[in-house]
Design a protein around this ligand. Structure first.
Ligand SMILES: Nc1ncnc2c1ncn2[C@@H]1O[C@H](COP(=O)(O)OP(=O)(O)OP(=O)(O)O)[C@@H](O)[C@H]1O
Ligand SMILES: [Mg+2]
Length: 233
């Protein structure tokens, strides 16, 4: 069982900035490194845990506090949590940070930054058009406040950086804090498992290996086989 501490990566930014996109890819990459991960996505939470809440300041705060509460519980039990909700108010984000840190887990605030002009062009959900025309009221960044983080741990600029580059920045922040195994350590494990699968296939077919069963050292043959595979790469 891993003795690593849990953590919370808190992605904050305007609608369409890329929080969900980043969280989904991050989760995949972290799971591939053997890290236990849960994603708390704004839309999903609003459809379940926060069903019925609206977009008044009060309801937005309740929603974010609920997400923070789940992140705190999971983080203190060794799980990495990724929150992907707009979370427009800095005071509530700071409140969640404090709650997570009081449990001895780390809180990494990631500002997912993108200018509103780009977001209005992306308009993933068709909401900017409605908000800009006045049809939709109280839309964050257009007719409702968004308080940018003053001292985020990571800033990703999704209008300038590739998705891969932004993901690497976040992974590096986690590695630097010792929260996840770094990529170099996870690579040999993968190579070994590929090699051992290929060794098993080879062993089933090979007459040399069958001969080894009649007295030669199987370990030595295995070593030679692995060396040849490594040279081929
Ligand atoms: N570098 C990038 N990082 C993330 N997303 C990007 C990037 N470049 C372009 N995009 C696009 O921007 C859009 C971001 O949408 P996404 O649903 O992830 O935003 P969101 O921040 O979760 O919005 P919401 O708060 O409304 O849920 C996607 O269509 C994605 O393909
Ligand atoms: Mg989203």
């Amino acid at each position: 069982m891993s003795s690593r501490k849990g953590f919370t990566v808190w992605l904050t930014g305007l609608s369409g900035a890329g929080k969900t996109t980043l969280a989904v890819l991050l989760a995949t990459q972290l799971r591939a490194r053997g890290v236990r991960i849960e994603v708390l996505d704004g839309d999903e939470v609003r459809a379940n845990l926060s069903k019925g809440l609206g977009f008044s300041k009060e309801d937005r705060d309740i929603n974010i506090r609920r997400i923070g509460y789940v992140c705190r519980l999971l983080s203190r039990n060794g799980v990495g949590t990724l929150s992907a909700a707009i979370s427009p108010y800095s005071a509530i984000r700071d409140e969640v940070r404090l709650a997570v840190e009081q449990e001895g887990a780390k809180f990494i605030e990631v500002f997912v930054k993108c200018p509103i002009t780009v977001l209005a062009k992306r308009d993933v959900k068709g909401l900017y058009q409605k908000a800009l025309s006045g049809e939709l009221k109280g839309f964050t960044g257009v007719s409702d406040p968004y308080e940018e983080p003053l001292a985020p741990d990571v800033v990703v600029e999704t209008d300038r950086e590739s998705l891969d580059f932004s993901i690497r920045k976040i992974l590096q922040a986690l590695e630097q804090r010792g929260l996840i195994p770094n990529a170099d350590l996870s690579r040999p494990r993968r190579v070994r498992s590929v090699l051992s699968q290929s060794w098993k296939r080879h062993a089933q077919r090979s007459s040399t290996v069958r001969a080894a069963g009649r007295g030669r050292s199987l370990t030595l043959l295995k070593r030679l086989f692995l060396k040849r595979q490594i040279r081929k790469r």
